[in-house]
Design a protein around this ligand. Structure first.
Ligand SMILES: [Zn+2]
Length: 344
């Protein structure tokens, strides 16, 4: 990437090679009406000691996703450098402007930062941030955990997620890391528009890449925070950055993460029209092909029957739309199925 080689306009005082704990802010320039030389401060905490891998935790790439940022903040406030072997880089609120506006998109340039990678140091604010992550932070990382939820536009069954990265050894290392994180589900998927996501940059650099989906609907999920906090501790244990064995017991009595996948277009259900969506299930429910996934109501029309939407496939509901109003083409349900390796 030509832009990755260009120098970032974002600066800070953190010395990533120094032992101990450092906490401070990156300074991202933002010229505005009230301040031509203004900056946006992005929190970053680095804990380094001894020898070991570098683990990166990022939260709030989207500003209306809360559980990951809470979990990373808690870790950042409590992680004792003396108990660390390696380096932990924690960025609980990457997209500070979107956090302040409580929105998925940046209020500065109206961009989805997770569609701006690998970014551009001379581009829009979101592109500049994306470029900093890709060109400055990622080259230091061995493992990346980027924590998301479904935001205001949906709910998600608490899960880690990853791509089918092709290389068998990398696939195993990533699935092992996901199993160690210990969410109820780990979802292998191909996603949408993936070339411009953070995940795609992490993978291009040969770094172990995990995402999370820990809730949504514009609220803080109690389960999501609990699973997220345990998960990031588990990741540090799995890579021997801190001592201990990952704890993976699940609320339903099972002992481990269930590996799932979303491998076909028919697993997605889209709204055919604008309307008010009444879902028939909550995320984590087992569903069957042909069952109604929900009803699209036209409450502003007299005597107009709702449209019944159906699942196209058996599985477990991973993502659900909401709250309430949906537009034509919005995803209203994503079903996941048990993971089967491509070569099987
Ligand atoms: Zn997100």
């Amino acid at each position: 990437m030509t832009t990755s080689a260009e120098k970032s306009r974002i600066a800070g005082e953190i010395d990533f090679e120094k032992n101990g704990r450092q906490a401070g802010y990156l300074r991202a320039p933002l010229s505005r009406n009230t301040s031509g030389w203004g900056i946006v401060e992005i929190p970053i905490i680095v804990v380094k000691n001894g020898t070991g891998p570098t683990v990166l935790f990022t939260g709030a790439v989207h500003g209306d996703e809360y559980e990951g940022p809470i979990a990373i903040s808690r870790l950042a406030q409590t992680l004792d450098p003396a108990k660390v072997q390696g380096r932990v880089i924690m960025m609980p609120a990457v997209n500070v402007p979107a956090v302040h506006s409580n929105t998925r998109l940046s209020p500065i340039d109206n961009r989805d930062m997770n569609r701006c990678f690998p970014g551009n140091p001379k581009g829009t604010f979101s592109e500049m941030l994306a470029h900093y992550l890709d060109s400055v932070i990622l080259p230091m990382a061995d493992v990346s955990v980027d924590m998301h939820t479904a935001g205001h536009s949906g709910d998600s069954a608490p899960s880690t997620n990853m791509h089918d990265v092709g290389d068998a050894a990398m696939m195993k290392r990533t699935m092992d890391a996901a199993a160690a994180f210990g969410a109820p589900y780990n979802v292998v998927f191909s996603g949408v528009d993936e070339g411009a996501t953070f995940t795609s940059c992490v993978e291009r650099r040969g770094i172990i890449s995990l995402g999370t989906e820990l809730g949504g609907w514009g609220r803080v999920s109690v389960d999501g925070v609990r699973i997220g906090r345990r998960g990031i501790d588990n990741i540090l244990k799995h890579f021997n950055v801190i001592e201990g064995k990952p704890e993976t017991a699940q609320a339903d009595g099972s002992t481990a993460t269930r590996h799932m996948m979303v491998a076909a277009r028919e697993l997605y259900t889209f709204a055919p029209s604008i309307g008010t969506f009444e879902p028939c299930n909550v995320v984590g429910d087992t569903v069957k092909a042909g069952q109604p996934s929900g009803y699209l109501h036209f409450v502003e029309d007299v005597d107009r029957e709702p449209i019944e939407l159906r699942y196209n496939h058996d599985g477990v509901l991973w993502m659900s739309a909401g709250p309430g109003r949906v537009g034509r083409g919005d995803t209203v349900a994503v079903v996941m199925t048990d993971y089967v390796a491509a070569s099987d």
